[in-house]
Design a protein around this ligand. Sequence first.
Ligand code: UD1
Length: 418
Amino acid sequence: MDKFLIHGGVPLHGEVAISGAKNSALPALAACLLTEEPVLLHRIPRVLDVLTMEKLLRSIGARTETKGGVLRVEARQILSPEAPYQLVKTMRASSLVLGPLVARARRARVSLPGGCAIGARPINLHLAGLEQLGARMRQEHGYIEAEAAHGLRGACFAFDRVSVTGTEDLMMAAVLARGETVLENAAREPEVKDLADLLLQMGARIEGAGTSTMRIQGVERLYGAEHRIIPDRIETGTFLIAGAITGGEVLVTGCAPEHLTALTAKLRQAGAEVTEAGPDALRIRSSGALHAVDLITEEYPGFATDLQAQFMALMTQAEGLSLITETIFENRFMHALELARMGAAIRLEGRRATVMGPSRLTGAAVLASDLRASASLVLAGLVASGETLIDRVYHIDRGYESIESKLSALGARIQRVR
Ligand code: UD1
């Protein structure tokens, strides 16, 4: 199993280009199942989760091919409307094929995701929404079977709580349903808007994407399209924090600064200098002297839960007490225990973590527990004295494209070892 070996203590300097958003690429790939015509997707990141989704599409009957950096997906026929356990267990977002499959093939069989390192993560809202659109749902042998023999029909559905992939799944079901669907308390994440932009190009009729009420008029069929995925805001945030934690200066290019306002506000409050360097670039400069700020994770446009672990690593280097509250997922503080092994002073109480900084971190052997937790360990390793060895980096490969080469290009001493 691959590991990262990091020799910390080098301030990062230079320029890094951001990849396409993993969380946009996954629903975009699922959306390709809605049409028999080819869809061309630009800026799809080559990360493990995307490869898993491609594998899933192929097992359903689609053809996928990457040429000149463009991914072409053609789902001429749905041969097997099923997401098997083997794939769903490695990537929960596989449940994104549920909506498109019921809409196009009128039936789907998708394995239940089961537990996951960051809490229970159920898909009950996806299921309740599809039922509201007229699908008959049955659970058997760990699988959800959905059927809409006469097709889906538009309906009103209000989410009990905001769900990103839940919103996306129902959007993809509703675009081919008969009549109007209204989604209330929908997720407003940029990735939801990006999916709507792709679906609109495919011929869907959607209003209100990016707001909490979405109206979708079902259409008879969808067509091929060409679309460029938005930049990954979580990767962008991770590199900004990497610049800040090492006391360096990093220019992050090809990003969407407007998607990161909650993070950049916190970074500025903590004492880092963040400036826009053009419409799609951000520069971070930090002397390394930071002060503690509090943080509460929230749905977009609030502070992203996917950046909480990385920000916690940063707070270990800030002067004072930082109170970090996680409201989106239970059990999303596993990185805190590993950071503590490197010398961080962190107290955990339920959904709250108090970081007492600054701490002198020292390199240690640590274990990555999930995607974003592993990013926080990399960040801690960059500032720790001595050698940090991070095990199970496949977690980081799920969502970051060549993170070690991008960090090396900024001067970090990081290498992949087996
Ligand atoms: C997506 C992102 C993930 C991010 C998360 C929150 C993708 C592929 N993944 O995950 O990186 O951390 O949004 O921003 O886009 N919930 C239910 N029932 C449901 C669905 C969700 O109770 O049917 C709960 C979850 O357990 C969680 C909260 O709602 O506590 C938010 O989850 P959700 O927005 O659905 O996360 P994902 O879409 O899985």
